[in-house]
Design a protein around this ligand. Sequence first.
Ligand SMILES: [Zn+2]
Length: 448
Amino acid sequence: MEAETMIPAPILPEHYAHLAGEPELVEAWDQEVRLRQAEAAKLGMLLAYRSRKLQTHRDQHAFARAAVEKAVVRDAAIILSATESSARRLLTSAEFLQKKLPRTWVACGAGSMDFGRARRVAQAAEDIAHRDDLLPILDEEVIQKAPAMNLAEVDQWVKQRIPELDAEAYNSRCERARAKRYVAFTHHDDGMTKIDALVPTVSVASLERELWSSARKQTDESAEGDRTFTQRMADEFTSRLQRGTTEQREAERDLQQPAPVNAKISILVTADTLAGRSNAPALSEDKSYVLPASDVRRIARDPRATHEWFASGTTSGPDGEEQITSVVPLGTGYPSNGWDEVSAWERSVNALSKTSQARFVTGQLREAILIRDRTCRADGCTRPAWAADVDHKTPHEQGGKTAPENIWALCRAHHIMKSHGLLPFPGHDPPEGDLPGRVLEHESNESG
Ligand SMILES: [Zn+2]
């Protein structure tokens, strides 16, 4: 099979090469690869069983064939000790991969990818299942990128990539999804109520960040130290629900004119989308959600919202990934005609070329680092950069500069690992520990 020769051998991904000296991990990796191969082989057998059964009954009436399909699913469920519905979903995903993303399917068989990650791709690719021109592109990208990504990274990537491949299919899915909005209250018998809501991302994207910041601020002031972070976020949420103004409530009733965004959200969008020349969707800075072009244009032109514009420039990194290498602050005006000048400004006012004498990372340098890093920089971590610590790789007190090349976003957990010398990162030797117990206090991620 031609595709087989193209699949990278299931070796330990390069950025985990430092683990290759640990014998238990080498053995565990070996078992992991065998497990992936076995899983793909098992699913392949179940699909083969289904084909054979359907082939045997090919001349029968459609009702009879549907019954055969159901019986096949039941038989598969018995073999897998699964429910019939989960067996059906598993077979559907496996069949999608086999037929629509054949190279990804082969990669599973070779063990360079597990079925779990491949399945996420298959589920996300349903939007473009009819696009025989796009599926091979996605298939190729998956086998190049996904073997080095974990499940969360694959999720994040396909969520962005598939709307990029077919913006129109994505936009019409957004339209259909918007019609399903609801909010439901379930009153428990212990004085608590569970709120379950499906609402447009654009209406609430800022809320999560606002609640987080506010809960974080309260820690810093240690005003009410006996509440957990989660409790503080919940309290903030309730108090916001209670003090929503009539004006906001009326605005929210009309989806064409949602209430102005009160907290900060950061979105990456192309100039073409802003100008209406393209319907390519926008992606949140932290990669956690995608917004349809129409929503982004509406926010951008909302006179009630305050905007802060940055132009970012990318270059292709060593692994072929686009990396943000320039972040140019453009101020607060909607740049209706200023885009052409941006490239000329880039070299002179790139916030990612500035060094600060200060020990703390604040202002535009901080903004630029968040835009550049987007998520915690530890391998495989998808925690948003805005919720992470902005850390000096070489600590300030050891002579480390407050400069873009020495600063990165690290979530609290990975910051602690780094402080103990336990976080190797690509292109660097494992860092020596900072001064344990001190490092986490001197850099708060609130810019205030
Ligand atoms: Zn992290």
